[in-house]
Design a protein around this ligand. Sequence first.
Ligand code: GLP
Length: 249
Amino acid sequence: MKMIVCRDYAQMSRRAALHVVTAIANNPTAVLGFPTGDTPRGMYRELINLYNDCGLDFSGITVFNLDEYAGLAPNDPGSYRGYMLENLFRHVNIPVESTFCPDSLCEDAELECRRYEKLISESGGIDLMVLGIGVNGHIGFNEPGNDFIDCTHLVELAPETIAANSRFFPSMDMVPRRALSVGIGTIMRSRAILILASGAAKAEAVQKALQGPVTPGHPASILKMHPDVSWVLAEGAESKLIQHQPGRS
Ligand code: GLP
């Protein structure tokens, strides 16, 4: 496990972009898993700048979105498909047919989840999965619960997630209550994982994930079991980590 504490959000975004660029440079046909939310916006901006200024080539890569709200049309401004278009896809040369998101309007969620999981494995699996973290320790939309759920599945969102994500919708009533998310197994099968957290609001979730027990009650804690995880933290997300001093118990 690697952990980088950055000076500020801008530096975190550059470090994260560098990680993605390295993955693409090492493998121009890399399969990437990408998150939404406020945290990765700066990383996407950096990637767009690298495309415009340095010719970073996205034409060979494949992107799988981590999750999508159930029942929200892909052209809804609150949808994650819409988010990805606005924040990355429409600014770079990634072919639309190489970008995937769970189908939010599917009639049969179970079938859609199986289809999405199959698409990921048929693409050869994810080379680099980029994650954010929810205030309750969720990754993707894997909410705290009694079990780690392996594959893509339909999720009932936790009240704290609905509250946290209400800022992206005109009113609380309009926040979807359900989502389709890749599973913990989908994430753990990725060859490498990059996880970003910015702001003191994430400090407790980060501390529990890095220094607490591995438990489905705090989904990000499972990342300790992965052989190639990099945490990039900024703006106080590291502030609750307990410093272990040499020679003291
Ligand atoms: C949502 C997404 C997650 C994301 C989390 C944190 O719940 N499903 O993938 O990591 O929000 O978002 P933010 O970066 O806005 O705090």
